[in-house]
Design a protein around this ligand. Sequence first.
Ligand SMILES: *Cc1c(COP(=O)(O)O)cnc(C)c1O
Length: 368
Amino acid sequence: MPKATETTLEINLNALTHNFTYLKSKLQPGVKLMGVVKAFAYGSDSVVIAKKLEQLKIDYLAVAYASEGVVLRDAGIKSPILVLHPQTVNFNKIVDRCLEPGIYSPLMLKRFIAFAESLNLQDYPIHIKINTGMNRIGFAPEEASSITEILKQTTAVKVKSIFSHLAASEDVANKAFAERQIKLFQKTSDDLISELGYAPLRHTLNTSGILNFPEAQFDMVRSGIGLYGFGNDANENKNLEPVASLKTIISQIHHIKKGESVGYNFGFIAPKDSVTATLPLGHADGIHRGYGKGKGFVTIKGEKAPMIGNICMDMLMVDITDIDCNEGDEVLVFGKSTTAEEFAETINSISYEVITAISQRVKRIVID
Ligand SMILES: *Cc1c(COP(=O)(O)O)cnc(C)c1O
């Protein structure tokens, strides 16, 4: 690995391949895998990740919003793409780029059918989202029969899949809740299928679901965080490899006298003569202000250097009093040795938030 010479997010495609293979090994024969590449593929690079997943023969891709799917199509991605949370204003984009909407409400279903009919579309693929207890988006199970009534009156759309989402698939203490959701999904989708007269794919598991509810894989599973190297569980994390590593360098070193302050609003007052390093990384790069004042840390020469004072927009300062290092030296923020999950824990956050927060300003390099 070349040493970082500026702030860099390394995207390791060998790690992605490893995670893909591991997750596939957890699937029953014939179960399809949908790769979730929303939010710039969890803060990395959606095009790079989607291309690699296509090489690995992923069955399906998913994004949250239509614009994310447009970026993939413009880059030549050919796989079917489910848009998990579309808005009606983007139906044009969706159809124009052969994206497949996740339909989650009666209003949206009617509007999408009207739109599809106005273009004389036939059997346009849509996905029906059922709310089995998360209460975020989706049709209520009681609405299932009204959905089929509407669907039977048109040939403009065809249901490609029926899906739901578990509210706490990583939480083994609340397994019963997920099991109730799975049962409700089974029943609601059974009813839908028998009324529709054909069998769309069914899927309800995210990464933790794949690992914790192997009996509920149905026809397909959806993985995001697992592909990027996290299993929401210390044991599972050992089987996965983080795809993204955030590195930076030391811009400048300062020798501070006891009682001097560092940064905006005297966020740090040196309790003793101290040495500090300034890094070209700030809250505009995705390092939340919550990491300041000693909570977050980086690793320099294998040693932890706490973030001191307030995180600035483009810089942050760390205490290197006890670390033998120089200007220009490489700094690890998160990656393999300190994972994004460990980094997140310092401010009670989660790996998802840390990796998706890395802003577009940070240079990406791809390792394959
Ligand atoms: C983001 C998302 C996923 C992926 O979840 P992971 O925990 O990252 O595997 C799956 N399904 C839906 C509906 C999502 O919004």
